[in-house]
Each structure stands twice: as C-alpha cells, then as structure tokens.
Design a protein around this ligand. Structure first.
Ligand code: ZN
Length: 452
C-alpha cells in the first residue's frame, strides 16, 4: 500500500473503521501516528435534524471546521453531500435514525465512507429540494456546525400555511386567497426617506370624508401574528430543571392561537408552529406577508440573578434603550440568529433590507399602547417585572407597519416561574390575559385595525 493511503496529517483510523480499511492502510500507520495532534481529522460530536414544512435542517456538530460538497440527482430525487476530513463513526451513523417519519423532505439518509476521510451522505428525498449548505463558527454551547438546510424548490408561502388549516366558510380564507393572487410585494417596504408611507402612519391622519373600503372588505378579521421565540438549534434560555424557553413559548403560542381563533372577528398566525429555527427577519417578513394587524413575540428569558421574576413587555426603540436591562434583553434576543444559525453570506442583503431602521414613531406609539393593555391584564394573573412597556432595539419588532411587542411571560431562570411555565393551567392564564389585552387594545382602536 502506498504511503499516501491516508492523506498526510490524517489521524489513526477511528473506532468503527473496518478491519479491511485498517489493513489497507498498511505500514503508513506508524508514521502517521507520530504526527502532531493538531493535524488530525475532525470528530463529529453530534447530529440533529429539525423537520418543518418550511424547511428541514440537518446539523452536524464537529470539533473543527470542515468542507462539504453537494449535488442533487433526479429520478428518484436525492441530495448527495460529501463531507471532507471525517471518517465513519457511531455518531454519524446516528443520522440514519434521526430522520422523522413526518419529515416533509427527507425519506431516509444513507451514510458511508466514500473515500478515505470523505463521508458521503445520501438523502433520499420526498420532493426536490434547493439545498443551502453552510458552516457556523463556535457560538454559545456549540462547537463548529455544518448546516444542511433543505428548502423546497418552490418557496413556502406563509399565506398558504394560513389557508391550509382553514375551513371552507372561514371569512379570512377568501381574503387570503385574494391576497395570494396579488403580487407578493404589494405591501411595499417603506423607504428611509419616506417616499412610501408606512401603514400605521397613514392611519394616523384625519379620516377622509369618504372612507375607502378597507383592504380585504368589511368582514376581514383582525389578524394577529404570534411569534414564539427561538426554536430548533436555538433553545433560548434554559431553567434549572432543564426547561427550554423555545418549548414553553411554543405551547403558550399554540394556546393563544386557539383562544384567538375562537373569537368571532380574529385569527391568529404562528410565525413558528414547530420546533425549528426561524431567523428574526423572516419572522418580521412573515407577519408583513400575511398583513398582520399586530405582532406579538412570546418569550420567557433568563436573567443574571435567579431572584428576578415577573412578566414584562417590550417595544422597539429607534435610538437607545429605556434601561440597561432592556438593552441587555434586546442584545440577548438579537443573538438568536447567531445561535440558531443563519447563513449570513446568503441572507445579508435581505437582512439589511428588512432590518434597516424603517420603523416609525407611529408604530412604536401603537406598540406601547397595546403593550400597556397586555401588562394590565397580565398583572391580574402574574407579578409584573416592570409596570411600563420598556423599549430597546429588538430586531424582531422592526416591522415598520405593524404594532409589534415582545412579551417576556416570565423568567425561566427563576425556579418558581419555571414551575409556572411548566404548568398548563398557569400558561393558559397568561395566554388568556394576553388575549384580553389584545381585545382591549382593538376595542379602543377600531379604525386603526380596520383601515389596514
Ligand atoms: Zn427569548
């Protein structure tokens, strides 16, 4: 066997290497074992899959950054990914069993050593995909990550998601179908120089004598975008008992959706309905796409001191924060994209487009108004951390035309509040209080909602 049976600097064959492969390495093994450790190949530390309708993510966590090449094949549809610098081991074999039966994209995964130090993953697909493959540097509790995002060839439309679970006689379904037929960008992003007036700003002026029929007709229900924070690779904060913020806020979100959908003139839309990662700017985009009348981001964060407790509500600030605590909270929430994992190379332009400081004082005024109502209602079921709506530069609250608030339902870092978040009855109380606050706000701002 030639000396280059293993590339220079490669490590000894790891556990799980076949006897034949070890034998084929021949006499070069001894020489290679004397090479410094730094030159060793990477080890796969963990594998995870996050299936969702929007896209399925497959993550390989490694102790070093590596390269991957991919190509797709048709008849049947497959995605082939060659990962360089690794060898087969028991962790990567786990990928095979990580495929969930309800995965919309992946039917099965096959894993094999393709060449020395190249592992080939073959994804047998349920539909053609547009893969996005990228690496992430260590952040939070994660080491290096190789991320494989499998998107559908035709992009998922939040409007379609809304109509899918509607019944035939749902008044909103017809409105949404009508919206879907229009150009996707019919709601223009206002420009910084104000050539386009944001909707909230337009609503602020005196009513014209003959009011134009509102968008979607007089029966259009109020549409509330509910945004359960974090998800997928981003667990959010974690309590002492190991409760992840992403899970409890999703439960509160689903519960609040049920309550809202039971109202005669309201419908809710979830920016995230499962345990998967949604970048912050995508949450904003989804709410704008469905023309939400209100955006409510739901969280349950940690604080430095476990004694901190109580609910709080945040709105956007264009310049600075109302307190250093609010700034700290906003920075923490804005880190979600780093932890969750955004392919910055691909999304930079979109992020820049959406996250430009486009917000208006009108949006913020409305946000504080609705936030105050929600705080009033929550005070009946839980202690408040702050009696006022605090403000800071939360990226997820930057829809220029939708009143947007972020509700910290409780501190998961407080052992008593972690119990509250784990208790379905207490979660239901918080959700009901949020609904009451939302109803209260729209009861006193009917023109605002109707003229969306
Ligand atoms: Zn959070």
């Amino acid at each position: 066997m030639a000396e280059n049976a293993y590339p220079p600097g490669a490590e000894l064959p790891p556990k799980g290497f076949s006897r034949r492969q070890i034998l084929s390495a021949g006499s070069s093994l001894l020489i290679i074992s004397l090479l410094p450790r730094a030159a060793e190949a990477a080890t796969i530390l963990a594998v995870r899959t996050w299936p969702a309708d929007e896209y399925t993510r497959v993550t390989l966590e490694l102790d070093a950054e590596l390269k991957a090449e991919n190509f797709t094949l048709e008849h049947p549809d497959r995605l082939v990914v060659d990962i360089q610098g690794v060898s087969m081991d028991s962790t990567i074999k786990q990928l095979v069993s990580e495929v969930k039966p309800n995965d919309p994209y992946i039917a099965s995964i096959r894993v094999a050593q393709n060449r020395p130090h190249v592992v080939r993953l073959v994804f047998d697909l349920k539909q053609p995909v547009a893969p996005q493959i990228f690496t992430l540097k260590p952040v939070g509790n994660y080491k290096y990550r190789l991320v494989l995002d499998l998107y559908p060839k035709v992009a998922h439309d939040p409007l379609m998601a809304l109509t899918k679970d509607n019944t035939d006689n749902d008044p909103l379904a017809a409105v949404l179908e009508q919206l879907a037929r229009n150009s996707p960008d019919q709601a223009p992003i206002p420009t910084v120089r104000g050539q386009e007036m944001p909707r909230t700003a337009r609503r602020r002026g005196p009513l014209p004598p003959m009011e134009e029929p509102p968008d979607g007709g007089p029966n259009r229900p109020l549409l509330i975008a509910l945004d359960p924070g974090h998800g997928g690779e981003d667990p959010g904060a974690t309590g002492r008992r190991g409760t992840h913020e992403k899970n409890v806020v999703l439960l509160i979100g689903h519960h609040l959706k049920k309550l809202i959908d039971a109202q005669p003139n309201m419908r809710a839309y979830l920016t995230r309905d499962k345990d998967y990662f949604v970048p912050l700017y995508v949450r904003v985009q989804k709410a704008r796409r469905v023309k939400a009348d209100l955006f409510v981001s739901i969280h349950a964060d940690a604080w430095i001191k476990p004694s901190a407790r109580g609910s709080s509500v945040f709105a956007l600030s264009q310049h600075g924060a109302t307190s250093s605590a609010a700034r700290w909270m906003a920075n923490r929430e804005n880190d979600a994209d780093l932890i969750g994992g955004v392919d910055l190379a691909n999304h930079n332009r979109q992020i820049a487009k959406v996250l430009l400081d486009l917000s208006t004082s009108a949006q913020i005024t409305d946000s504080i108004r609705v936030g105050t109502r929600i705080l009033d209602e929550i005070s009946k079921v839980n202690r408040l951390h702050s009696r006022q709506v605090n403000r800071a530069g939360f990226a997820v609250l930057k829809a220029p035309d939708i009143p947007s608030i972020l509700v910290e339902t409780a501190f998961i870092s407080n052992p008593q509040e972690e119990l509250l978040l784990l208790n379905p009855k207490r979660r239901a109380e918080i959700a009901a209080a949020m609904l009451d606050g939302i109803k209260d706000y729209f009861a006193s701002n009917p023109a605002l909602a109707r003229r969306a």
